[in-house]
Ligand binder design. Sequence first.
Ligand code: FE
Length: 228
Amino acid sequence: MDTKALYKINYGLYVIGAGDKEGGELNAQIANTVIQVCSQPPTIAVCLNKENLTHDMIKKGGAFSVSILAQDTPLSFIGGLGFRSGRDVDKLKDIDYGLDVTGAPVINENAIATIEAKVTSTVDAGKTHTMFIGEVVAAELLRPEEPMTYAYYQQVKRGTTPKTAPSYQEKKPEKEMAKYECSICGYIYDPELGDPESNIKPGISFEDLPDNWHCPVCGAAKAAFKKM
Ligand code: FE
């Protein structure tokens, strides 16, 4: 069995919101596994890791929201929701969200469409994940832009752009400059690409980055990076 075959499955990139009705607590996380599973009534499903706070909140609250992210969503936004736990920080503190139909926070920021669903069944998918199936009770189209795909996020946004990609910029550095990988989230700093979101132009070596530069995905300091 070659499990690399599974890497060829396509995914998107979504924000999942949930609320714990009794305590009034809210949380959100990043997920790539959202699908529509039935048309009458419109029903969607999401698979979440059992260790996640959002997972527990959906179990308690019986509802979840899905925000479909735009292709131009900044890495920092994804990192803020995706590489830390709502148990440690209030992830929604500086984020634009609404409380509409189900009580789950609906994240509008960087979303091209939002959906709310009430859980109709819960499937134990194995050791690590639960699948929540929910009937759609609200849906809104916000912007006409393209949705972010998981492949686009991995290849273009996270800095491992293949040379064949249209976004790749040919730059000839004076000397071969090393790539550095974030030990927290896996983001790769590639000197040939720089870090446009932090105004770092292509051609700047990792060593020459300002001391206060940090990982655009998870916010880790330079010291958390390892040479590749
Ligand atoms: Fe990082």
